[in-house]
Design a protein around this ligand. Structure first.
Ligand code: NAK
Length: 127
């Protein structure tokens, strides 16, 4: 099946050897997003709320560029440095996603790129 590379200036440029997303048929694989500002490339981490919202905004920009929306997200993977932010993560995610929510995995990890506190990737099934 043909692959399409998704690229948008509304989300951060890749900081390594990956594409923002790869679309295969109606499935979109969105790379892990940290809270980089798409314009400056700087991590937006003035607060954990700001950081998490920037991550979801980055994901949303890529999903939109692929022709989708958050209601079509089937799976998200969340990497966090500290489970102390779990309630905040859930509160903010509920602002971006309506029920029924996507499937999700959340894991605590030792480190993330650019010393981020959170990284999230997702898979989208387009209609
Ligand atoms: C940030 C990211 N997605 C990576 O793989 O480094």
């Amino acid at each position: 099946m043909a692959r399409e590379i998704i690229s948008t200036p509304n989300a951060p440029k890749a900081i390594g050897t990956y594409s923002q997303a790869v679309k295969v048929g109606k499935t979109v694989y969105v790379s892990g997003q940290i809270a980089l500002d798409p314009k400056t490339g700087e991590l937006q981490n003035s607060s954990i709320d700001v950081e998490i919202r920037r991550v979801f905004d980055n994901l949303k920009a890529i999903v939109t560029a692929a022709g989708g929306n958050f209601s079509q997200v089937t799976r998200a993977t969340v990497f966090i440095l500290d489970f102390g932010i779990f309630p905040t993560l859930n509160k903010i995610m509920a602002e971006y996603f309506a029920e029924p929510y996507p499937s999700r995995v959340t894991v605590q990890v030792a480190a993330l790129p650019k010393n981020a506190n959170v990284e999230i990737d997702c898979i989208v099934e387009l209609d």
